[in-house]
Design a protein around this ligand. Structure first.
Ligand code: NAD
Length: 337
């Protein structure tokens, strides 16, 4: 049975660990946790200028580089023992439905990183896949049957973003089979929390709804726009569970892609109810039926992760949203002064 603390340290504290996409939401939290666990040789790589990284640590080697380039991947993985491949051109439904080519170009990052990891003799390689790999036909009904790992095939993933993830999953598998590189793949279901995107077009539903509720509360205009009819269902995983599960999967003997997500199903209307409650407001809901809304229903079947790790994400949506809401609220207040 795994517990979040203490956590076994399967690698020496001074092994080189590289977090690709370290300036992003999950990468930033992962680096914070690795530092907390005592790892001392951390490298973070991201294409964004440092000032746009969500979290930046002075004792981490921070590298700004475009990992779509082969040479940059080779430099990034010099002396690396462990690699987390989190870098991707991605966002919420509004972004991935309108930027399919950009999403698919992330295949360059994962391809070059895998080849560089093989050549550098990396000990373990983690790839962040997504629930968007699952067959769309299994996600037509808001009263979902939770998705189990086998439901990715026959393949009919989310166009663009999902196809790239599925292809890169298979690249991991074949790099293991053909070259002996040890790879681990988690299929993340929606992750949310502080220190992530909450405006600009790449934000996902929990952050977007927190921001809209805060804007409505602060402006006194008590209305909210909701994408779709609000009946679509999802599960949302708090970042701390994601960071823990990511490391647990990396260190495990699980060689096939595995779900990493919460199984607490909620409709988008239900999500708005919780955020309204946290904010202490009630808003008039305007449904934008033309906006991107993704599949009708999606949940994570956690049978495999429970069986293999004796653990599954368990932080409640209410608790996670409280922290996320407070952080976004403070950011909006800071930007206003
Ligand atoms: P994020 O956008 O905050 O982080 C990704 C980072 O990758 C960004 O900082 C971005 O600048 C960087 N990046 C993009 N292109 C790059 C390039 N060419 N070279 C170097 N860096 C580049 O996203 P996140 O939420 O932290 O997601 C991390 C990973 O998890 C991604 O692979 C994503 O697809 C996957 N994932 C996330 C979720 C979620 O809900 N957040 C769900 C499923 C899968």
């Amino acid at each position: 049975m795994l517990t979040q603390d203490p956590f076994p340290l399967p690698f020496a504290a001074d092994e080189r660990i590289v977090v690709c996409g370290g300036g992003g939401f999950i990468g930033g939290h992962l680096l914070a946790d690795l530092r907390r666990r005592g790892y001392t040789k951390l490298r973070a790589v991201d294409i964004k200028p440092l000032k746009h990284w969500y979290q930046e640590f002075p004792d981490v080697q921070n590298v700004v580089a475009d990992l779509q380039e082969k040479a940059a991947c080779e430099r990034a993985l010099e002396d690396a023992a462990v690699v987390y491949s989190l870098a991707a051109d991605m966002g919420g439904m509004g972004f991935i439905e309108n930027n399919k080519a950009l999403c698919m170009l992330t295949v360059l990052i994962n391809t070059h990183l895998l080849a560089a990891a093989r050549d550098a003799g990396v000990q373990r390689f983690f790839f962040s896949s997504s629930a968007c790999v699952y067959n769309a036909e299994k996600q037509l009904d808001p009263n979902v049957t939770a998705l189990k790992e086998a439901d990715a095939y026959p393949a009919m993933p989310e166009d663009g973003y999902g196809w790239e993830k599925l292809f890169s999953e298979r690249m991991c598998r074949h790099f293991t089979e053909d070259f002996g590189l040890i790879t681990r793949v988690a299929r993340y279901h929606n992750v949310y929390g502080p220190h992530g995107t909450f405006r600009g077009g790449r934000e996902k539903a929990p952050a977007a709804i927190c921001r809209k509720v805060i804007d409505a509360k602060l402006s006194g205009n008590h209305e909210i726009e909701i994408w779709g009819d609000g009946l679509q269902t999802r599960s949302f995983q708090y970042i701390d569970d994601c960071v823990f599960g990511t490391q647990a999967i990396l260190y495990s003997d699980i060689t096939e892609p595995i779900n990493l997500g919460s199984s607490e199903l909620v409709s988008i209307n239900g999500l708005v109810d919780i955020v309204e409650d946290i904010a202490g407001v009630k808003l008039r809901r305007n449904y934008n039926l033309g906006a991107p809304k993704g599949v009708n229903g999606r949940n994570s079947d956690n049978t495999m992760i429970r069986e293999r790790l004796g653990w599954e994400p368990s932080i409640s949506l209410r608790d996670g949203l409280e922290k996320t809401y407070r952080w976004i609220y403070d950011e909006i207040q800071k930007a206003a002064v």
